[in-house]
Ligand binder design. Structure first.
Ligand code: 0L1
Ligand code: MG
Length: 255
């Protein structure tokens, strides 16, 4: 039998100490249900240390991301207040194992949302939308994993940066996104790469949290998923995301 609590401790300690670990699938692949159980217990350990739930991230919601990591399922992870990095601030490599950054759209939830909902119902629950950057940091060696590994590892959630919030009636269906490193465009994409429209990611988020008995609550942030492949981070980088009609999100990477 899979020892969910033991695996949750291993993956949580790896994240807490920024230490890489072997893939669980090297020993025994986890089912998707087992992997979400490990994720839930690892997050409980964070809450026990005083971290606070602030929302969720959706992952692998674009073809570019699925191809980059060789996993083709949409997945989700939990965000806590400790993962938030300051917009325009410094992000220390010391907190992470081998972080990557990717361009995203964030939703701010204004009304409870959970279960099978339409895109219209999902948008009616949104208070604001913002450009965002996600820092993903698989705790597994060489950033390699199968679907069970990555879900257990909180879907690589490790950091996020939110730009200025906009009223939810802004059209986010097909906005250009440029992710630049030191002023040079590294990845160019569109919000349309996120499941065809980022609201579809929110619809999936409502369904997926419901299957875990949870709800998206007012004040929660939902990261819709990377629109392009992610870029490896290194000290000395100035990371900037420009989203058409929405503005810029940036941070500097330090040792
Ligand atoms: O946010 C994402 O799309 C990433 C999910 C996990 C896969 C990865 O670490 O790239
Ligand atoms: Mg992401």
């Amino acid at each position: 039998m899979t020892d969910i609590a033991k695996l949750a401790e291993i993956v949580d300690e790896a994240a807490r100490t920024a230490t890489e670990i072997p893939q669980f699938s090297d020993t025994k692949p986890l089912s998707v249900d087992e992997a979400y159980a490990v994720q839930a217990q690892s997050i409980q350990r964070r809450y026990a240390r005083g971290e606070r739930r602030v929302g969720i991230k959706m992952g692998l919601t674009s073809r570019a991301k699925q191809l980059q990591v060789g996993v083709d399922d949409v997945l989700w992870g939990r965000l806590t207040d400790a993962m938030r990095e300051e917009e325009g601030g410094e992000v220390s490599m010391a907190k992470y194992v081998h972080p990557r950054v990717e361009p995203e759209i964030a939703f701010l939830i204004g009304k409870p949302l959970s279960g099978n909902v339409s895109a219209l119902e999902a948008m009616a629950a949104v208070q604001a939308v913002a450009p965002a950057l996600e820092i993903i940091d698989s705790r597994y060696k060489a950033f390699k994993f199968d679907v069970g590994d990555v879900i257990a590892d909180n879907s690589s959630s490790s950091g996020f940066i939110i730009g200025n919030w906009h009223a939810p009636d802004i059209d986010i269906s097909n906005l250009g996104m440029i992710l630049s490193i030191n002023g040079v465009a590294g990845e160019i994409g569109s919000t349309a790469a996120i499941l065809g429209h980022p609201v579809r990611s929110l619809v999936s988020a409502a369904r997926m949290v419901a299957s875990a008995g949870e709800t998206l609550n007012p004040g929660d942030i939902v990261l819709a998923g990377g629109a392009t492949a992610a870029i490896p981070m290194a000290a000395g980088q100035a990371v900037t995301l420009d989203v058409q009609n929405m503005g810029t999100v940036a941070f500097n990477v330090v040792e």
